[in-house]
Design a protein around this ligand. Structure first.
Ligand code: SF4
Length: 346
């Protein structure tokens, strides 16, 4: 297909169908970066309120850099992939401390920053500075694989190279920012993963997948994500209105978030006697119902027992746990699973 007509078709479609999204009204690299980090692995409907909250609470990169990490994590709560929030905060601090708060102004310089990979660097460089560097995200892979009939695995090194090379050839040099927005939006709205509306597509006549009946097969992916099952048994120590939580510091999910005393087992347990517990004091009630929490690579099933401590048992908490009042707990960053349990039982 002629490269020029591909770009023209995509941009023409974009002008007719694009959504009015808040980060499309700015050239401020800080806001664009915020939106891109928030929207990675997140749908627009879910990410937009978070973007608006962050912009309101931290209107400049200096505000974000100066915020306590716990506050940033709390604001991020519910978006998942918490390492993104930590990287966001640390990168803001780096830019303030080492670059006088000036955002790097080119693709190559952006790539040097922690947590900024080729996709985010290309998005910020093109949307903020109109640099002609192509974005390649899941939407772009899908559009290119279908229109050009490419069946190389998009997850392979060879596939990544091939798609990046093609994307770089296709970008509209005269309007790279608009073109990049357009192809991502086209993938998100028109060329959707399942049952795209090919009949009403402006690329219908040029699309190889459509012509050869391979729309459902492309893009091609060999690797299936393996999902690991995990079983969490939480002991919720409480004394009066206060509840004991701990900061998760291990290299695991939910780092720097707070949860309860946790015993992980190989299977679901039906009785507390099955848990390897050391002399737990207090009156125990439970278990709760089984909560199922799905992450990209993990399926967690969790049960909760409450351990009621008398006033005289103030000093008997396992190491790492600390008692917090309900107001203090509200302000702590917590996994959605923990918030769901607290909401249901407290
Ligand atoms: S014809 Fe169908 S598969 Fe091809 S680009 Fe359009 S929507 Fe996607």
């Amino acid at each position: 297909m002629e490269i020029k007509s591909f770009a023209q078709n995509i941009v023409g479609w974009y002008h007719r169908h694009c959504r009015d999204l808040p980060w499309r009204h700015t050239r401020n690299p800080y806001f664009i970066w915020l939106s891109e980090v928030i929207l990675q692995q997140t749908r627009v409907a879910q990410g937009t309120p978070y973007y608006l909250k962050f912009v309101e609470q931290y209107p400049t990169i200096f505000d974000l850099a100066a915020a306590p990490e716990q506050e940033v994590m709390r604001l991020w709560q519910g978006l998942g992939y918490y390492s993104r929030a930590r990287n966001l905060h640390q990168t803001a601090q780096y830019i303030v401390q080492n670059l006088n708060g000036q955002f790097p102004d080119s693709y190559q310089k952006l790539l040097q920053l922690k947590g900024i990979g080729p996709y985010t660097a290309a998005a910020v460089a093109s949307f903020a500075y109109n640099e002609a560097v192509a974005v390649v995200d899941g939407n772009v892979y899908r559009v290119l694989a279908r229109v050009f009939g490419i069946d190389t695995d998009v997850a392979s090194t060879a596939g990544k190279k091939e798609f990046a090379h093609l994307a770089a050839q296709l970008i509209d040099q005269a309007q790279p920012a608009t073109y990049n927005q357009a192809i991502m939006e086209f993938g998100a709205i028109q060329c959707q993963p399942v049952s795209p509306d090919c009949l009403l597509c402006p690329l219908q006549g040029q699309c190889l997948a459509n012509a050869t009946g391979r729309v459902g097969e492309l893009p091609f992916k060999t690797k299936k994500t393996k999902v690991r099952g995990r079983f969490f048994n939480y002991l919720v120590f409480r004394q009066g209105n206060s509840i004991a939580l701990q900061l998760r510091t291990n290299r695991d999910i939910w780092q720097q978030l707070y949860d309860f005393y946790l015993v992980e087992t190989d299977d679901l347990v039906s009785d507390l006697d099955q848990l390897p517990l050391e002399n737990t004091t207090g009156t125990i009630t439970g278990p709760s119902r089984v909560y199922t929490h799905i992450l990209t690579h993990q399926r967690i099933q969790a049960q909760f027992w409450q351990v009621h401590l008398a006033d005289s048992q103030a000093g008997v908490l396992p190491v790492g746990l600390q008692l917090y009042t309900p107001d203090e707990i509200e302000a702590l960053p917590k996994p959605v699973l923990i918030s769901a349990y607290l909401k249901e039982y407290f």
